[in-house]
Design a protein around this ligand. Structure first.
Ligand code: 5GP
Ligand code: MN
Length: 335
């Protein structure tokens, strides 16, 4: 963060603070929010975490989860009041206000000081304080670095540390993605030193699924995976009916797309999921092919070079057709 001293000043006395993150928060979004909340509470601030939507059950173990307000579950007025009354509003793991829709509008018009902390490409510069670094593996890494820069690592107890570790662990796919730098390992080592039980976090996040989810994974891999060898591309298209058949809950499709990328020779993998009124796309790539550019250009989305998301307002079938028809123009880049 450039103006660190001004930021230090800002949080030097107790404030009303709101922390928010992107819709369908993942472990990095929720972990950075609850990790930062834990730290700020220790500094005697009054902190409210507000998520735009619900999030997977396998994140509910995070300390502070019980106090989170889910905006779109009938908490619109309560959230608006908290945002209006906040001295400081943190926006974590996203950097374009329109991404959080109504909530973004409320934040834009709120009088509080805005702080954006994120590692995604192409931010909108709406905040008074920015800590934005696309070189960071996770927003949780930036939360750690911010607390470190403030000289307050000793505030990180195992509860805060486990939230931070969870985000780093999942955004690097357990230290497998190319974003796994020396720094990532050093921070993880530091977190272990501060009391984080890494194996516990691994089990809470990855070994905590329902039987339905595991069976859905089996079904998707066996029946829904399409491999287009010519374009080094693999995709899944999953309908609402199929999601219902497996009692699918928020987060149940997370990670599925990566199986497409685990096939030898595959450069891009995409999961298309039919939602109410739209289709969500989750895109992954290896190497130079930018799914951020692809999602931005064709599916109103974005993210990182090798991991991005997008939305289509066509039907599921039409979305699949549109996707397939786009591939020939990327043939060279995909080989
Ligand atoms: P996922 O496929 O896991 O939902 O998202 C992959 C990455 O892309 C995440 O870092 C996520 O925050 C980002 N992302 C997902 N959807 C969107 C979107 O619609 N717009 C932008 N800018 N980023 C997205
Ligand atoms: Mn992230």
């Amino acid at each position: 963060m450039q103006n660190l001293e001004a930021f230090r000043q800002l949080i030097s006395s107790p404030r009303n603070i709101v922390i928010t993150t992107h819709p369908k928060p993942d472990a990095d979004a929720l972990g950075s929010s609850l990790g930062l909340a834990g730290y700020l509470k220790k500094k005697n601030h009054r902190v409210q975490v507000i998520t735009p939507t619900d999030y997977p059950r396998f994140l509910h173990w995070m300390p502070g989860n019980d106090e989170v307000i889910v905006f779109n579950e009938g908490n619109e007025a309560r959230s608006a009041a908290a945002i209006e009354g906040a001295d400081v509003i943190f926006c974590l793991d996203f950097s374009v206000l329109s991404r959080i829709e109504t909530l973004g509008g409320l934040i834009k018009n709120a009088p509080g000081v805005k702080v954006m902390i994120d590692h995604h490409l192409a931010p909108e510069h709406f905040a008074d304080f920015e800590f934005w670094d696309t070189g960071a593996a996770a927003t949780c890494q930036l939360i750690f670095e911010l607390i470190e820069a403030l000289g307050e690592l000793s505030y990180i107890d195992p509860s805060i540390g486990e939230c931070i570790y969870a985000g780093i662990m999942t955004d690097t796919a357990s230290f497998r993605h190319p974003n796994t730098t020396k720094k990532v390992h050093l921070i993880s080592a530091e977190l272990i030193e501060l009391g984080v039980q890494t194996n516990k976090v691994q089990r809470l996040v990855y070994d905590n699924q329902t039987e339905d989810r595991l069976r859905f994974l089996g079904y998707a891999l066996s029946e829904k995976l399409v491999v287009l060898r010519e374009y080094h591309t693999a995709y899944f298209a999953v309908s609402t009916e199929e999601l219902h058949r497996f009692q699918s809950q928020t987060g149940d499709t997370e990670g599925l797309v990566n199986y497409g990328l685990s096939i030898e020779g595959i450069v891009m993998a995409v999961l298309m999921t039919e939602r109410e009124g739209s289709v969500r796309l989750s895109l992954r790539s290896v190497g130079d092919f930018s799914v951020n550019d692809f999602a931005r250009k064709h599916f109103e989305g974005g993210g990182h070079k090798n991991a991005a998301g997008g939305t289509s307002y066509l039907s599921l079938e039409e979305t699949v057709q549109k996707f397939i028809q786009l591939l020939p123009q990327y043939k060279d880049q995909l080989s």
